[in-house]
Design a protein around this ligand. Structure first.
Ligand code: PMP
Length: 417
């Protein structure tokens, strides 16, 4: 008999039988309030009836229409339909299966289109686990360790993580942009830099929103040097932050958007979008893959777009996200162990610190486990894994947010008391 590899680490002991909306049910019939959403994937909730129906219908018609061999309806329709939600001018889309693969696609496009080798990323950024994506990832050594040599050409600049520095946002932003200019002057001259990859909210790195001045500063430098600004919206896209794309909060237009996770409500699907002009500069046939743009996944994505629109889920994410952030802040006021609460839309993190301000992963983990025992599933993030994050489905209601906050408050009290 074989078993699941021990290299996988599971955040909770739950063995799921089925899911419905924001709940997961285990084999004993116990209900768990799922504020992980498969790491921000099941945007429309578990097994939304419309997504299920669309996928079931497609399974009976065509499961796999290999996209470098034939065109099929879900693929064409999704490519066209995304035009309704993509930033203006990004009228060309390419599909893959996972976030990491889409990051690789953006990397390949950026290098081929510019003919330049270097990529600038930010401290605490997470872009994936494949070699190229892992080389651009600095949110924790666990994603890189033992995997060297990684890809050459990645350069890392600071992110305006004000709480980490103990500065205000404006000072952290000034510092980050100054260091970026220093990087251009010392390591990666503009004419050798293909792209800047940035998450509008650092995800795995600790749920840290960027800000308008910082992203506008990146845009300005990208324009000056002919560098592509690539928004990694794998976690922040598809309504998660209370706008369709995270970048919209900051009024900054990227050249390339990377999407995955919430795109197909749980089916493996990812993609990149750029202008046709930019996409045309890549080498035809250089991108592809056996499963990319899978017919069932594309049908599920089309249904996901319908549900997001019909149920007003982007607005709901904004409303419930504000409620969750405010509620989490009120809880943090009662517990000095929570040093900072931050987020955007339905991405909310509570960072645990010791009395002298150092990262406190033990208390964070204990609080997350205490919540799991009480029926609330949460995840961790941050370089030291000392931030507990909440990332429920976009269909979450105010009552469910309040339930989660009630359990969260009890759980923190139980481990800090
Ligand atoms: N980019 C970002 C911003 C992510 O959050 C993730 C996944 N957490 C990825 C890329 C990689 O996606 P995947 O795990 O699907 O490869």
């Amino acid at each position: 008999m074989s078993q699941l590899s021990p290299l996988l680490k599971q955040a909770t002991p739950v063995e799921v039988d089925y899911g419905e909306g924001v709940y997961l049910y285990d084999h004993s019939g116990r209900r768990h309030l799922d504020f992980t959403a498969g790491i921000g994937v099941t945007s429309t909730g578990h097994c939304h009836p419309k997504v299920v129906a669309a996928a079931q219908e497609q399974v009976g018609k065509l499961i796999h229409g290999q996209y470098t061999t034939v065109m099929h309806d879900p693929l064409r329709s999704l490519a066209e339909r995304l035009g309704d939600v993509l930033p203006p001018g990004l009228d060309s889309v390419f599909f893959a299966n996972s976030g990491s693969e889409a990051v690789e696609a953006a990397l390949r496009l950026a290098r081929q289109a510019t003919g330049r080798p270097n990529i600038i990323v930010f401290q605490g950024g997470f872009h994936g686990r494949t070699v190229g994506a892992a080389s651009l990832t600095t949110s924790g050594t666990r994603f890189r360790a033992g995997y060297a040599p990684l890809m050459d050409g990645g350069h890392v600049a600071p992110f305006p993580f004000a709480y980490r520095y103990g500065w205000d946002e404006a000072t952290a932003t000034r510092f980050a942009l100054q260091e970026l200019d220093y990087l251009f002057a010392t390591m990666s001259p503009g004419e050798e830099t293909a792209a800047i990859f940035v998450e509008p909210v650092l995800g795995e790195g600790g749920y840290v929103p960027a800000n308008r001045e910082f992203l506008a500063g990146l845009r300005e430098r990208a324009d000056k040097h002919g560098i592509l600004l690539v928004a990694d919206e794998v976690q922040t896209g598809f309504g998660r932050t209370g706008k369709f794309w995270g970048m919209e909060h900051f009024d900054v237009q990227p050249d390339v958007v990377i999407t995955a996770k919430g795109l197909a409500s749980g089916f493996p699907l990812s993609g990149i979008a750029a202008s046709t002009e930019l996409m045309s500069k890549a080498w035809p046939g250089s991108q592809g893959g056996t499963y990319g743009g899978n017919a069932v996944a594309c049908a599920a994505a089309l249904a996901t777009l319908d549900v997001i629109q019909e149920e007003g889920l982007v607005n709901n994410a904004a409303t419930q996200g504000a409620r969750l952030l405010e509620g989490s802040r009120q809880i943090a006021e009662k517990f000095p162990q929570i040093g900072d609460v931050r987020g955007l839309g339905l991405m909310v993190g509570s960072e645990f610190v010791t009395a002298d301000g150092r990262a406190d992963p033990d208390t964070a983990k204990a609080a997350q486990q205490a919540a799991a025992e009480r029926g609330l599933l949460l995840l961790m993030c941050g370089a030291w894994m000392n931030t507990v994050r909440m990332i429920p489905a976009l269909v979450v209601s105010g009552a469910q947010v309040d339930d989660a906050l009630g359990i969260w408050s009890e759980s923190v009290a139980a481990v800090t008391g």
